[in-house]
Design a protein around this ligand. Structure first.
Ligand code: TXA
Ligand code: MG
Length: 336
């Protein structure tokens, strides 16, 4: 099967987007986290096109996007009290729930054969309006080519997918900037499968129990975003303390990323004489961690386009959304 070729349009026409989706074509949609590549979740033909357009392996399942909690109920068998509490508290918003799927409604192509389906209620007003016009839910992975950094603007989507999809619904720059938190439940235990803006601390506070962080795939055939190449820039990225990574920059042209002013970021590094510092990118001049998250993926893309041999970045404080930022950088990093 070949993917079709399109003159990809970037626009703000929700009716046009809905028309393409009804015809089982794909539309990139804005969400508060990152842009999604959406298709009709109930049409296998549309779901298969998503894997093709992204070059995504079929074993990686997709998130179902619905407008409200009533819609969730159609696609799952039940919602436990704690999951309902989290849903009522944080949805619509940057959180995804793994729930036992209703197998008569959700195809194995969506869940890659799993008995659970991932469900999310996005908060972005444009996508909320779109979902309300449709009589079917959307599956939407991040709208990047498989393995590359997730897109947070319509232009990022265009860079990766132009010619492969007919329409990009432009809803501006995504405000959160990292993908949704994924919450699972096993034998009554809450499990975080992917960190995001809704933090471990947020979830513990509402649920009254501390969730377990299990983002590694050892015990699972399918793990959320756990492939090594995920989120990677083409330019090798090194996540580590400046004291450890400075020496790796010998004979290299490097970009460094961090927070605070550029002088402060650069001052942490002590490069060999053979290093050329091509640029310093601050993700937040005044040390705001939410701003770091919102600028992270765009900055990684910018750094990737500067012709450097290496991108160096230090870990951020590992709490709240900082945990998600470090997770994405770790997956992009050549140091593991
Ligand atoms: O913020 C987000 O969640 C964005 C926006 C577009 O909504 N979407 C997103 O989708 O990040 P994607 O496909 O890039 O990442 C979804 C992750 C994948 O790593 C996948 O393995 C996991 O969710 N996932 C989906 N369904 C699952 C299932 N049934 N069981 C386990 N993991 C699942
Ligand atoms: Mg993704």
């Amino acid at each position: 099967m070949n993917s079709s070729s399109f003159d990809t349009i970037i626009g703000t026409d929700i009716v046009a987007a809905a028309d393409w989706l009804r015809k089982a074509e794909l539309v990139a949609i804005p969400t508060e986290t990152v842009y999604g590549l959406a298709g009709n979740a109930l049409k296998e033909e549309a779901v298969l096109k998503i894997f093709l357009a992204k070059d995504r392996p079929r074993f990686n399942p997709l998130i179902l996007h619905v407008p409200d909690i009533d819609a969730v109920k159609k696609y799952v068998l039940h919602i436990s009290p704690v999951m309902k509490l989290l849903m009522n508290t944080f949805s619509p918003g940057p959180i995804t729930f793994l729930l036992d799927k209703n197998p008569t409604m959700v195809s194995d192509v969506v869940t890659a054969g799993s008995s659970k389906v991932a469900v999310r209620l996005p908060a972005h007003p444009v996508t909320q309006a779109l979902l309300k016009q449709l009589d079917f839910p959307l599956v939407a992975p991040s709208a990047n080519r498989f393995g590359y950094v997730s897109p947070v603007t319509a232009a990022h989507v265009y860079e990766g997918l132009h010619g492969r999809i007919p329409y990009i619904l432009d809803g501006g720059t995504c405000t959160v900037g990292v993908e949704s938190t994924i919450v699972d439940e096993e034998y009554g235990q809450l499990i975080i499968r992917r960190t995001g803006k809704v933090s471990m601390e947020d979830i513990a506070r509402i649920a009254g129990v501390t969730p377990v962080l299990k983002t590694h795939a050892e015990d699972h055939p399918v793990a959320p975003g756990m492939l090594k190449t995920h989120y990677a820039t083409h330019t090798p990225l090194y996540l580590g303390k400046a004291t450890d990574t400075s020496a790796l920059a010998a004979d290299k042209r490097v970009i460094i990323m961090g927070w605070g002013n550029e002088e402060a970021i650069a001052a942490a590094y002590h490069f060999p004489a053979t290093t050329t510092l091509l640029g310093v990118i601050s993700l937040s001049n005044d040390y705001r961690i939410d701003e770091v998250a919102s600028k992270l993926f765009a900055s990684m893309r910018n750094a990737d386009n500067l012709g450097a041999d290496a991108i160096l970045v230090e870990p951020f404080p590992n709490e709240g959304i900082g945990q998600a930022i470090n997770d994405r950088l770790q997956r992009a990093s050549v140091l593991h």
